[in-house]
Design a protein around this ligand. Sequence first.
Ligand SMILES: Cc1cc2nc3c(=O)[nH]c(=O)nc-3n(C[C@H](O)[C@H](O)[C@H](O)COP(=O)(O)O)c2cc1C
Length: 343
Amino acid sequence: MLLNLAQKLMLNIDPESAHNITLGSLSRSANTPLQRLYQQHIPNLPVSVMGLNFPNPVGLAAGLDKDGMAIDAFYAMGFGHIEVGTVTPRPQAGNPKPRLFRIPSKHAIINRMGFNNRGVDHLVMRLIRKQSPIVVGVNIGKNRDTPLENGTLDYVHCMQKVYAHADYITVNISSPNTPGLRSLQYGDLLDHLLLTLKEHQHQLAQKTGRYVPLALKIAPDLKDAELEKIARALLQHKFDAVIATNTTLAREPVAGLKHADQAGGLSGAPLLKSATDIVSALHQHLGEEIPIIGVGGILSGEDALKKMTAGAKLIQIYSGFIYRGPQLVKDINTVISGVSSGV
Ligand SMILES: Cc1cc2nc3c(=O)[nH]c(=O)nc-3n(C[C@H](O)[C@H](O)[C@H](O)COP(=O)(O)O)c2cc1C
């Protein structure tokens, strides 16, 4: 009840302030008696993906806790995993504000945050301090002012820094808010990036005696032929997973509504169909060889089920969590466990 009230209050103030206040409160209350306010028990629904064991298939998508400030709080809410980041080698401020907009009537968000984060060294410090056993993925990117031709070096730098502290690492080449980033999804640039990162993964695994899986996060705005090429590259380079999808540049589903013309990526309910179609198409190309993590537009347990029916082994939420809070984690798990037990 108190939590519902806080949630409603937050939806009525400026989105970025609400975000910062919430994350700060979660960070301070985790591992204290106040944690009871949002703690919830989620029955075990174990799933093994990328060689990792997840207590349930619902994860927090990247971008909400970019600097790993509240990892233990999200564990207390019952998330099966959390993806922190996107983190870049050097801290950066991101785009000028305002850069985050809600479209409540559609349960949607438009953002052009631009990888605002405190840099990889700060994130590593936060990962060392976490107390809970939650599975943590670290989503890595490039600094805005790193020329695209040197982008691979930024990914390698982040990967080397976080390797010992991550359960898996996500290579984000699909944010629409870093100029040129999405061009890494195509042709030689993609090939070179995947090849280089797999080589470094191999070296790091030998050095540390621990294999940390690599996932690629892609955009929903890809044509069939482009998606097929990405799938082929993933198979060729033996990537460990693919995350589909990031936010979309499309605006038709929110056309005419307040904020619809803001630049950036659209997420939330209007993304569900196109992001799920990408999961289906990927599943056709990849079969069971490379697991798919489905994200985009999940606002209910039924939406999550659509992703899993399309071929996703795990799912992640961001916008749905903003509109529905921790209850959504519970709802999704209830629906999924009902289906797996044949209820
Ligand atoms: C405000 C905001 C910031 C985001 N930042 C990142 C990010 O830093 N890295 C990333 O890979 N995805 C980022 N995303 C994309 C989400 O992880 C997710 O892929 C997308 O929002 C679709 O899921 P949803 O419809 O459940 O929100 C961000 C999304 C939002 C709304």
